[in-house]
Design a protein around this ligand. Structure first.
Ligand code: PGA
Length: 252
């Protein structure tokens, strides 16, 4: 039985006041549950406050990216050890905005994934195709290539302490979510691919769906066999909406 995960990627949004009120509302609304786990991914400056507010609660938190180096002359960057210093359990790697806006290639993503795991963070590896790639029928080959880059560097066993997120680029922030069938199809492809290398790891790994998930469409997505929760952008900034998604996951 895979425990669902509802993860809120705040991206570059928020303020001290917003962090305070959003997290307090989540704490009040997201009680312990055997069937769903909640995590938030605030911008770096708010990790300290997040740790203070969430420590000891059932809500986990993580970084939105990391630099693979352990320290040094990398202006503006943040290391895995720094994220751990602020109690992070998770870190996103290879989010499509990192790939497209900041030029992270598959090999860069694999390096970050490896650095996160070596330091003791659990990476959430984001994969997904663009609209052009989908229309050309390349969805599976793109997702396969993105996952293989990590497998080549880190091996199949690395997926026993990692999470995958399928996020079609055309669905991120566009209001155009994948249909539950479209999501399930790609999730099943990913799980089968991993199962072919290791049946146990393939059966256990959580595969989240991301891309315009909201309180209204979450329930249908989460009832699909291979959808183990969601990576939520815009809707994670509104406590009511995010809690509705969390509640959909606890039923799904
Ligand atoms: P969205 O973003 O929910 O705003 O589409 C998802 C993501 O980028 O993780």
């Amino acid at each position: 039985m895979r425990k669902k995960l509802v993860a809120g990627n705040w991206k570059m949004n928020g303020s001290k006041a917003m962090v305070e009120s959003l997290l307090k509302t989540l704490l009040a609304g997201a009680g312990d549950s055997d069937s769903v786990e909640v995590a938030v991914f605030p911008p770096f400056p708010y990790l300290q406050r997040t740790q203070k507010l969430l420590r000891g609660s059932s809500i986990a938190w993580g970084g939105q990216t990391l630099n693979p180096a352990s320290s040094g002359a990398f202006t503006g960057e943040v290391s895995a050890a720094m994220l751990l210093d602020f109690g992070c359990r998770y870190v996103l790697v290879g989010h499509s905005e990192r790939r497209t806006l900041y030029g992270e290639k598959d090999a860069d993503v694999a390096t970050r994934f490896e650095a996160a795991q070596l330091a003791g963070l659990e990476p959430i590896l984001c994969v997904g195709e663009t609209l052009d790639e989908r229309e050309r029928g390349e969805t599976e080959s793109v997702v396969r290539r993105q996952i293989d880059a990590v497998l080549e560097r880190c091996g199949i066993d690395s997926l026993s302490s990692a999470i995958l997120a399928y996020e079609p680029v055309w669905a991120i922030g566009t209001g155009k979510t994948a249909t539950p069938d479209q999501a399930q199809q790609v999730h099943a492809f990913i799980r089968d691919k991993i199962r072919a290398q290791d049946d146990t790891i393939g059966g256990q790994i959580r595969i989240l769906y991301g891309g315009s998930v909201n309180g209204s469409n979450a329930a249908d997505l989460f009832t699909r066999e291979d959808v183990d929760g969601g990576l939520i952008g815009g809707a994670s900034l509104k406590a009511g909406e995010f809690l509705a998604i969390r509640n959909a996951a606890s039923r799904g």
